[in-house]
Ligand binder design. Structure first.
Ligand code: SAH
Ligand code: MG
Length: 205
């Protein structure tokens, strides 16, 4: 199925297709299509003023959110300098530099210093650190705000009996994070097994 028919501007549509195809060629782990569709839907309903993204990579999901939600300003954090440079160039190519603000650095250092209040947070960076990203972000999320996390099932390993050694510690942390979300007094959470697993958490209040 054509993935970008919802983009009305033809030039943007073809630029988006290129960005998507290039990311796949370069094996950048961009947001998968079904998860992206779920995020689109939440953005269309929520109409967030301010979005925080943890894990920009080359800017695909940030640019996509900016196109879906034309009144949103997006703070997006990327620690890898090469990816940050590529993201910056892509954001400029779409003329989105006023609405997509790239913060280069480690989210573990940067989130707590962010000054805004967020209506929507998308976490898609190092899977073993989700608990810490979330903790740092909590106080900045307005009541009724939504947090979506990607790769919550990590190739099925979160539910598997045998996990390859190199993933064990990360998967263990991801499992703890599932429980943190599901038992959190301030959030109502669902975890969906679409694509690589996404969680949706709505802040009470
Ligand atoms: N959201 C992107 C894909 C992100 S891939 C999209 O769908 O288009 C995950 C990215 O998170 C990688 O580029 C990685 O460098 C970055 N990352 C991992 N840990 C990070 C951290 N602690 N702080 C900031 N970025 C991080
Ligand atoms: Mg992801």
């Amino acid at each position: 199925m054509d993935n970008f028919l919802w983009i009305k501007d033809e030039k943007q549509q073809s630029m988006m297709r290129k960005l998507y195809d290039q990311a796949k060629v370069d094996r950048v782990p961009i947001l998968l299509d079904n998860a992206a569709g779920v995020i689109d839907s939440w953005l269309l309903l929520l109409k967030p003023n301010r979005i925080l993204e943890v894990g920009t990579a080359v800017g695909y999901s940030a640019i996509r959110m900016a196109l879906v939600s034309p009144n949103s300003i997006i703070d997006t954090i990327e620690k890898d300098p090469d990816r940050a440079n590529e993201a910056r160039a892509n954001i400029q190519r779409f003329n989105l530099e006023e609405r997509v603000i790239l913060h280069e650095g480690d989210a573990l250092d940067l989130i707590s210093g962010m000054k805004e209040e967020y209506d929507f947070v998308f976490i898609d960076a190092a899977k073993g650190q989700y608990g810490r990203f979330f903790e740092d972000a909590i106080e900045k999320i307005r009541p009724g705000g939504v947090v979506i996390c990607d790769n919550m099932l990590f190739h099925g390993f979160v539910e598997a009996e045998e996990v390859p050694k190199r993933y064990r510690s990360m998967i263990k942390k991801l499992k703890v994070f599932h429980q943190t979300l599901l038992n959190h007094p301030d959030f109502e959470t669902r975890i969906l097994s679409i694509d690589d697993g996404i969680s949706i958490s709505v802040k009470r209040g």
